[in-house]
Design a binder for this molecule. Sequence first.
Ligand SMILES: [Zn+2]
Length: 389
Amino acid sequence: MRSMLITNIGELVTCVPGLGDGPLGIRRQAALVVDDRKVAWIGRAADAPPADARVDAGGGAVLPGFVDSHAHLVFAGDRAAEFAARMAGEAYTGGGIRTTVGATRAADDEQLRTNVARLRREALRQGTTTMEIKSGYGLTVADEARSLRIAREFSAETTFLGAHVVPAEYAGRTDDYVSLVCGPMLSAARSAGARWIDVFCEQGAFDADHSRAILTVGAAAGLGTRIHANQLTAGPGVRLAVELGAASADHCTHLTPADVDALAGSATVATLLPGAEFSTRSPYPPARALLDAGATVALATDCNPGSSYTTSMPFCVALAVREMAMTPAEAVLAATTGGAAALRRDDIGRLRLGSRADLAILDAPSYLHLAYRPGVPLISTVMLNGELV
Ligand SMILES: [Zn+2]
């Protein structure tokens, strides 16, 4: 592969504190060389070594590509009418998931694949170079397996979410459905290449005992664990995530002080999904309390057709800054290294020697513009795994 020198960088945001100024490790008058799909050199532009090709950043900021660690991309149909009803005053309950389950089961593979490809492209254009993709709208052995197979075509970070909701045909028989999830569905998910297992631990979905059972069996089968926790109520999800050593507790909207302390004292990342609060007109998660307590915080889109139909990490960064009292630097860290931590990866979400060459060039001189200029398409160039896309 040809080496590539990136020059004329407004500011190089490494997201490695020791590599430059401040928490984002910002370097000025810097250049970066990519070789063999990795960051091969970072230094003063004046000292840059020769390379086979040159990319002019046009004075724009260069950041690591965003790591979106929570997305539900394998589905059919949309729920725009449900969104409109909610904006007219109806409450969000999570019940609409079953609408999408029906549409997803009725779709053929090519429809599902086309939709994932469309959303993945959309995210890439907005600087997302890693995107976790969950199943969870099939909820039969065959439909969950095919969702994961299709997800695997687009991401190494695929998550089995058979425990998204109890499907209508199992109404009143949650124990039976949990047995299915823990047995044949989990086996099929492993065969389909799932890396993670996730549970929607919430009133109306799965309680703490069912969630623990599912995640424990999943972990024993070799999958990493993550939980949809404390989205609608201050339930047991966060405590369970910490108890099980889950990589991430996602949503964290309703937290008790004990939940905050538990996360801060653990290796479980608090993944905040402000697109969901935006789209359900709900209070935002207590990011300030989490950060002040020392928890690791990630930002992700939760892209799904019901409660957060956005693929835009810059939008989530802007929401986190404006609505959740995060500084722009904290938000960018959460959208890069935070997401990487939530996926237990250290090769992405930062720009240092040996990092995967995933980066975004802004049509703006500073990362501050991501929150300062909300809704503006600021990503001018994206490099994924060493290649311009
Ligand atoms: Zn979700």
